[in-house]
Write a protein that binds this ligand. Sequence first.
Ligand code: MG
Length: 167
Amino acid sequence: MIFSKAMNDALNKQIGNELFASFSYRQMAFELEELGLKIFSTRFHQQADEEHEHAMKMAKYIEDCGGHVKLGGIDAPKTGHGTCKAMAEAALESEKRVSRQIFDLMNLAESEKDHSTRSFLKWFVDEQVEEIASMSDLLQLVEMAGDGNLFLAEQRLSEMMKADPHG
Ligand code: MG
């Protein structure tokens, strides 16, 4: 095993964190659909898929390093957000939280002089900058539209998704 037991455990914990983020986006995608916001719903389903991919990327790294993947329980996501704005805010908060989790992992890798994991985690550090920027843009869009004009926000989001299919 290339990394320590502590690092293996921490990476397993992050798999759970990514899956929880995926679960949360999935729940919000269905709530957005219930609000009639199909484009926002599609965007959040896409984000849920991405978070799942992040979990799998981490699992593959553990296996490649000769470690052990151990999946744990996932908490139920928050439900009943009520508004699109509440969900955009929750999405941004989620990305900020995940960034702190990735930083904690990076701090552990640095303290253990674990260069393999540091190199691996760099992708996640960069990815989180993108995710926060993307969710900040989304929240700004919702705030500009206001409650009465979310259909305009949907049109704009649709254009943004065509221009940048990966969010
Ligand atoms: Mg993620």
